[in-house]
Design a protein around this ligand. Structure first.
Ligand code: ATP
Length: 269
């Protein structure tokens, strides 16, 4: 298979839960993403890496229906969903945890979680999932009657993920869950992401600037630069690539005379 980035991908995605093809999304005249194609295999964690402004958030907003693409298709479980409302896309089984948490600050933790289940009518199932969320995040149970605005940044991120869990998504879109968190909290959040994937069989599309963490938990990765995919591979292989080591993992090679070589501005095009 020849990919969007012109690379040969040896193994076709066996069972894509999500296929994005040639998506272009604009902010007025400004292109946020310029022709992106990617596949997410069911049951996997797939990550999208990229610097500030590369188009990661725009990609997730296009998938979740918060933005409409000008061109291209988004196929979820065999059905085209591009340009559908966020509500419909959520009902179809995709849940979006946006960048910056965006919890309802004047609602309690419990009320925020109930809001996450607003598309559901199965009361017993909602109760079970509430118990599951509190099992994953015991701290939230202890704070269930507090206003979400009083939680710390890390706790709000936990609440944002929990609220997304309450709709029982088959695909969860996570936008920079590590942003602004301490290393310990980042570790905890990524552990939960892995557990969700393993134990709840939730497929995850993870956008991150913390490449080290993202490549350690994900199976497959795409690198986004100025609105285009410039590289993709298994995370094991991405970790070994010099460009990734230098520009995403901050590992610089020693130069010919044992000095660090000058870090040039690098693009793949
Ligand atoms: P970050 O990590 O900073 O969130 P990102 O990779 O998520 O970056 P996007 O936020 O998707 O990148 O932005 C992609 C491009 O779209 C950038 O060039 C950005 O300047 C532009 N852009 C994003 N939001 C807007 C907006 N509201 N109006 C105009 N242009 C925007």
């Amino acid at each position: 298979m020849t990919t969007s980035s012109g690379l040969i991908w040896e193994d076709d995605v066996a069972d894509p839960i999500l296929s994005v093809s040639n998506i272009e999304t604009y902010y007025g005249p400004i292109a946020g993403i310029r022709g992106i194609s990617l596949d997410v295999e069911a049951g996997r964690i797939v990550t999208v890496l990229g610097a500030n402004g590369a188009g990661k958030t725009t990609l997730l907003k296009t998938i979740s229906g918060a933005m409409d693409p000008q061109k291209g298709t988004v196929v979820f479980e065999g059905r085209e969903i591009q340009k559908q409302s966020p509500d419909r896309i959520m009902r179809a089984g995709i849940s979006h945890v946006p960048e910056g948490r965006e919890v309802f600050p004047f609602l309690t933790v419990h009320e925020n979680l109930i809001m996450g289940a607003y598309t559901r009518k199965d009361k017993a199932g909602i109760q079970d999932d509430m118990a599951l969320v509190y099992d994953y995040f015991p701290l939230l149970e202890a704070r269930s009657r507090q206003h979400a605005g009083q939680l710390s940044g890390g706790e709000q991120q936990m609440l944002a993920i929990s609220r997304a869990m309450m709709s029982r998504p088959r695909l969860m879109l996570l936008d920079e869950p590590s942003l602004g968190l301490s290393p310990i909290l980042v570790g905890q959040i990524f552990e939960i992401i892995q557990r969700l994937n393993r134990e709840q069989e939730t497929t995850i599309l993870l956008v991150e600037q913390n490449a080290r963490m993202a490549l350690s938990v994900a199976d497959y990765g795409y690198v986004l630069e100025v609105g285009r995919i410039v590289m993709e591979d298994t995370c094991d292989r991405l970790r070994e690539k010099e460009d990734i080591k230098e520009f995403y993992l901050g590992m610089k090679e020693a130069g010919a005379r044992g000095k660090r070589r000058w870090k040039k501005k690098k693009t793949w095009r």
